[in-house]
Design a protein around this ligand. Structure first.
Ligand code: FAD
Ligand code: SIN
Length: 570
């Protein structure tokens, strides 16, 4: 039996309701109130990585700080792969973006107040505020603006309120986007809309649009243990790639050094700001080991700290290390880290009395869909923003709290570009939906889903973790090719459509990440390859790029294309 999907027309369709998608949508709607904007999000509207951000947004706000210093810290942490012109633009635009966030009602913690207010209306949105600035690893000055230790939740609250009040915008929850629709345009490809699956009605719905914005966030759920919520399955990256967009630097996965040690797949983050506030990492026997690895000790960048923990755990055979916060007063813990305090207490650890058991956990993807700072990709009309993008901001390792900054600044640049250029994109509505949207008799057993997803996450954790080897990566590649083949064949027939669509993306993104890791024969930033433990500047000081439709398309892509029906070459 088959069924034709419903269609909705709009000027701009935005996939994702995190800081990237919402900031972009607001700025487009305000920039041209004639444009209709549809925001599609796969779960409840606030569910996003943004919603869980703790530490804050790095930006230069103090007379004791400078743009040059923020730029230098970002580039140093990025281990040779940052694009300095991109970093400069983002860093310099930071204060303006923060001002904009406060204008729409985000209440950042002030020096005097010590806490955030619940109501946006209570907010004085002047730019004369004195923000409380925190210190985080790799930063040479205090420059992290925050809302207690719940910065992301406060940003989501304010952005969603502002979006609800925008007349030309509509937000669609519980719809997972599965593919970007494209049409031929001159000698290239043009995005014409997005296929979505409504998990409430169990029906496919197509959004026809002149501009498609992917702001779908990260890939943490590719791993067994992650700080990311369940939405972070790399959907935008997989969708963009299938539509013909180039991807870059997917081998650079940031493991946050300090996630609460627990069995749960999604671990509670213990913000880097805790180390910025005096927290010290110790082995279970009490040794403060970070001084053995880096002169910056506990405030070294994340790649160094995560690798140091990994190495200590391998040496000792222990399951975790400890974050000793005995130097932080009980009063300070309650006022500065109320969420972390409560989260640990819920897990049986009173952090005013005992150290926190921590391990590194998959946290952030530095690479993504290759784009300019305006979010423009090589597919016409397909834009990207936030964690799913690769602009060159983060290089081989992201500096703490630079992600929210990049996302919000990029959203503004992308919106300006959209408003200025949308007239060049005449509607190409009604492009045929993929065949799988018409299948309604889904009779395959769901066990394939659960089994493959579990296996894939374990595989990625074991073979594409903090320390890699060519042998393990080759094994991973082989297994992932098989998983991709299986999912490519079966996904349209599995009864749990939402989970099947996600697994299809997770499998493709995992394969692309592995392929890039396998190709980079050096160690740099977050990519540590035991076979090549040093950086090789003469050979590898450049981005890894895979362009699905170029002549240089690798054998791997042909293999995926053939076995899973992806359209990878023309
Ligand atoms: P997200 O906020 O993840 O939003 C993605 C959106 O896309 C979601 O709404 C999701 O539901 C939707 N979506 C995804 N796929 C689909 C699909 N197929 N169909 C429809 N919708 C879809 N960074 C900092 O700079 N400072 C911090 O303090 C900080 N703390 C962090 C703490 C935690 C626990 C985590 C997990 C991350 C933290 N980060 C921090 C990173 C930062 O939060 C993210 O990089 C950033 O929020 C990404 O924003 P985004 O808009 O790109 O994506
Ligand atoms: C944290 O609070 O440690 C997270 C900050 C980040 O991911 O940049």
């Amino acid at each position: 039996m088959t069924m034709k999907p419903e269609r909705i027309e709009c000027d701009v369709v935005v996939i994702g309701s995190g800081i990237g998608g919402l900031s972009y949508s607001l700025a487009v709607a305000e920039g041209n109130p004639q444009l209709s904007v549809a925001i599609v999000t796969k779960k409840e509207q606030r569910e996003s990585n943004t919603n869980y951000a703790q530490g804050g947004i790095a930006t230069v706000m103090s007379p004791l700080d400078s743009f040059e210093s923020h730029l230098a810290d970002t580039i140093k942490t990025g281990a040779g792969l940052c694009h300095p012109e991109v970093v400069e633009k983002v860093v310099r635009r930071g204060p303006q973006a923060i001002k904009r966030l406060t204008e729409i009602g985000v209440c950042f913690t002030q020096l005097s107040s010590g806490s955030t207010s619940e109501s946006a209306s209570e907010k004085d949105s002047s730019d004369k505020q004195e923000f409380d600035l925190a210190l985080e690893g790799g930063h040479s000055a205090k420059r992290v603006i925050h809302a207690d230790d719940l910065t992301g939740r406060e940003i989501e609250r304010a952005l969603l309120t502002a979006c609800r009040n925008a007349p030309n915008m509509r937000l669609y929850e519980n719809r997972i986007a599965s593919d970007v629709l494209t049409a031929r345009s001159g000698n290239g490809i043009c995005a014409t809309g997005v296929v979505t699956f409504d998990s409430t009605t169990e029906r496919y719905v197509i959004f026809d649009a002149r501009i498609v914005m992917l702001a779908t966030g990260g890939v943490g759920q590719v791993y067994q243990y992650t700080t990311n919520p369940s939405i972070a399955t790399g959907d935008g990256i997989a969708m963009a790639f299938r539509a013909g967009a180039a991807v870059a630097n997917l081998e650079f996965v940031q493991f946050h050094p300090t996630a609460f040690y627990e069995e749960a797949e999604r671990s509670l983050l213990i913000s880097e700001a805790v180390r910025g506030h005096g927290g010290i990492l110790r082995t279970i026997k009490g040794h403060a080991f970070m001084q053995d690895y880096d002169s910056r000790a506990d405030l070294a960048p994340r790649d160094i700290v995560a690798r140091a923990i990994d190495s200590e755990l391998k040496k000792s055979g222990e399951s975790h290390v400890l974050l000793d916060i005995s130097s932080i007063s009980t009063e300070d813990i309650h006022s500065r880290f109320p969420n972390i305090y409560q989260g640990c207490l819920d897990r049986g650890v009173d952090i005013t009395k005992e150290a926190i058991p921590v391990v590194p956990s998959a946290h952030y993807l530095c690479g993504g869909i290759r784009a300019s700072l305006e979010g423009v990709t090589n597919v016409k009309g397909l834009l990207v923003c936030g964690e799913s993008a690769h602009t060159g901001m983060h290089g081989a390792n992201r500096l703490a709290s630079n992600s929210l900054l990049e996302a919000v600044v990029m959203a503004e640049f992308s919106a300006e570009w959209t408003v200025a250029n949308i007239e060049k994109f005449s509607p190409t509505f009604g492009v045929a939906a993929p065949e799988y949207t018409r299948i309604v008799n889904r009779d395959t057993e769901n066990i394939i889903l659960a089994h493959e997803r579990k296996g894939l996450k374990q595989l990625m954790s074991d073979y594409l973790g903090i320390v890699r080897s060519l042998d393990r990566l080759s094994l991973a590649r082989e297994r992932l090719l098989n998983i991709n083949a299986l999912i490519g064949r079966e996904f349209a027939h599995l009864p749990d459509v939402y989970a099947a669509l996600e697994l299809r993306n997770v499998a493709l993104v995992a394969l692309l990440m592995t392929e890039m890791a396998l190709q980079r024969h050096e160690s740099r930033g977050l990519h540590y390859l035991a076979d090549y433990p040093e950086a090789n500047d003469s050979r590898w000081k450049h981005d890894s790029i895979i362009e699905p439709k170029s002549d240089s398309v690798s054998g791997l892509l042909r293999e995926i294309g053939e076995i899973s029906g992806y359209h990878v070459s023309d």
